[in-house]
Design a protein around this ligand. Structure first.
Ligand SMILES: C[S@@+](CC[C@H](N)C(=O)[O-])C[C@H]1O[C@@H](n2cnc3c(N)ncnc32)[C@H](O)[C@@H]1O
Length: 291
């Protein structure tokens, strides 16, 4: 876990010793000139374009308030906490290509539901704190049926300023489950502060987005890079935070689009993988170390 201190200030004025005769005042034996050093100080300097390996709420608490333009993230879905056909107890359920069967490298994705909801609300609260007044969060999640009832995640997002729901239609997948149609969609909540506006022309996209599932990434639940590029280019953001960075997809997309990023991830294996991807190095499959 990376512990970092921070220094937060925006602009400052300082007095400097000047050798220039213009506007000089004589005070004692020194010539003093008062100069307004008005270049902005980068409050995120120590975090900019960094992968931070740590617990997301603890790390976010260190980021200055209202410093981030855009947050794009997919939290763990708590999929191991399932009533049956999901991935309960590591049995894998009945779904084919259940990438999360082995879970994440350092997180078991199996909290009691109420605890999970409280945790996610705590995460969203911290995201809202660090977001600028014209910023937005694209929060990816999955609806599911549990015990015959729809878990539409309203318990997580209730009270946050949800502006729109985008359906991500995931192309691809094979179904060996005789009782269910192949699940093909996830949701992306656009949670926006009041002054958030889309980039020019982005409002011509519909609210159903089709992007093929990422297949060449050993992380169990990666975003497709082009999905994140769609989100980033739909905004005017200069700096993008992903508090659950996983294999680094949000950073890779931000870099392609010449934006800055900050990534937070609890697993040292995924952090390593993300750093390698961001730097364009070969990455090692973290799963190979799990077995
Ligand atoms: C759905 S995955 C994100 C995958 C990512 N979008 C990608 O493209 O690779 C969720 C990630 O959250 C991480 N995670 C779980 N608990 C965490 C915590 N408390 N703090 C930070 N990261 C955490 C998991 O290790 C996992 O990599």
């Amino acid at each position: 876990m990376m512990e970092k201190s921070r220094s937060v200030s925006s602009r400052k004025s300082r007095t400097v010793i000047s050798k220039t005769p213009a506007t000089q005042k004589k005070t004692g034996s020194k010539l003093i000139k008062s100069v307004d050093v008005s270049e902005p100080i980068d409050v995120l300097a120590e975090y900019r374009n960094q992968m931070i390996c740590g617990n997301t709420v603890e790390v976010m608490r260190k980021l200055p308030a209202q410093s981030i333009d855009l947050i794009v993230t997919s939290p763990p879905y708590n999929l191991k906490n399932s009533t049956g056909n999901g991935m309960k107890d590591g049995r894998g359920g009945k779904w084919s290509n259940a990438g999360l069967l082995n879970g994440y490298a350092n997180y078991d994705d199996c909290m009691p539901h109420d605890e999970y909801v409280l945790w996610q609300r705590e995460c969203l609260t911290e995201m809202m704190r660090v977001l600028k007044d014209d910023g937005a969060i694209f929060y990816n999640h999955k609806w599911r049926v549990q015990g015959g009832l729809l878990q539409d995640r309203n318990d997580i997002v209730d009270g946050f300023p949800v502006r729109q729901i985008i359906i991500w239609r995931r192309k691809g997948g094979i179904n060996f489950n005789k009782g269910y149609f192949l699940p093909t969609y996830e949701v992306i909540y656009l949670i926006a502060k009041p002054k958030f506006v889309l980039a020019p022309k982005a409002n011509s996209y519909g609210d159903i987005w089709e992007f093929t599932q990422e297949l060449n990434n050993p992380h169990p639940a990666p975003f497709p890079v082009d999905l994140i590029e769609r989100i980033i280019t739909s905004t005017n953001a200069k700096i993008v935070l992903d508090p659950f960075m996983g294999s680094g997809t949000t950073a890779v997309a931000a870099k392609i689009q010449s934006r800055d990023f900050i990534g937070i991830e609890i697993s040292p294996d995924y952090c390593e993988m993300a750093k390698a991807r961001i730097d364009g190095r070969e990455w090692q499959d973290p799963n190979s170390e799990l077995q």
